[in-house]
Design a binder for this molecule. Structure first.
Ligand SMILES: C[S@@+](CC[C@H](N)C(=O)[O-])C[C@H]1O[C@@H](n2cnc3c(N)ncnc32)[C@H](O)[C@@H]1O
Length: 241
């Protein structure tokens, strides 16, 4: 099992493999993220935060927060009197989030925790976001249940993640780019394996409809989704009744 590829792992093996992989790529994560998304990820995050419909003074949590790029738009939405926290299970990624500019005078609270077992009481928050995290958790249904649990009634959840374009021609272009260029970019930093995980895990990832069904089973209402970036990214949202 020692040589098993990260994208083939499941359950607790996946948890450990993903945690180790993000620890390895934490130093170059932000740079490669900006290059690969053509810096559009900031725009997608702002759109996702709009979907949370947050008000000044609200409490918001970013799960799988990584290097903390959701913190600034969340803090902007809840204002100086609001509360923003980020949770991730990989310390080197969280360390990159500490002291990031753009969060204003307030420092978001950052903590270690697992998306499938959040260290947060039930009915605590008005908004929960996840960016490119759901694909990585070992139990997606369980994660959706946890995200639902920590929201107050009326609170909203939003998730951005990779998707496979529905259009066949676009899917071919994407597969070429993600299967060749992305691992090549990773190889420049000696991280070919970690950057092969991105296209492989996207191919293995649940469809838009499967994710929406899982959210509905967890209890979410008003579940919807929308493609971005020619269908390479999909945003899902839902509300706790
Ligand atoms: C692709 S990165 C995304 C980081 C950040 N959300 C962003 O938008 O840039 C995925 C993050 O999810 C975290 N992660 C994966 N599985 C997790 C889990 N089960 N619990 C908590 N964090 C997890 C990883 O450590 C990593 O920081």
């Amino acid at each position: 099992m020692a040589d098993q590829a990260i994208w083939q792992t499941e359950g607790t093996s996946k948890r450990a493999a993903v945690q180790g992989m993000f620890a390895e790529i934490a130093p170059t994560y932000d740079l490669l993220n900006s290059v690969m998304s053509l810096r559009l990820h900031h725009r997608w995050r702002s759109f996702a935060v709009q979907k949370l419909n947050l008000k000044p003074g609200d409490g918001a949590l970013d799960v799988c927060c990584g290097t903390g790029d959701f913190m600034a738009p969340l803090q902007k939405a809840v204002g100086e009197n609001g509360f923003v926290a980020g949770i991730d299970f990989c310390l080197p990624m969280l360390q990159k989030a500490v002291g990031k500019p753009g969060t204003g005078s307030i420092s978001p609270r950052l903590g270690l925790g697992d998306a499938c077992q959040l260290p947060i009481q039930a009915n605590a928050l008005q908004g929960v976001s996840v960016g490119w995290g759901i694909r990585n958790v070992p139990d997606i249904d369980r994660a959706h249940q946890e995200l639902f649990r920590v929201l107050k009634p009326g609170g909203r959840f939003v998730s951005l993640d990779m998707a496979r374009p529905r259009n066949a021609a676009m899917r071919k272009v994407s597969e070429f780019v993600f299967n060749t260029l992305v691992p090549w970019m990773g190889s420049l930093f000696g991280k070919t394996k970690a950057y092969t995980y991105l296209p492989k895990s996207t191919q293995k990832f649940w469809t838009r409809e499967q994710l929406a069904a899982s959210m509905k089973s967890a209890g979410f209402a008003e579940v919807g989704f929308k493609d971005l970036f020619f269908g390479n990214i999909c945003i899902h949202w839902g509300r706790k009744p």
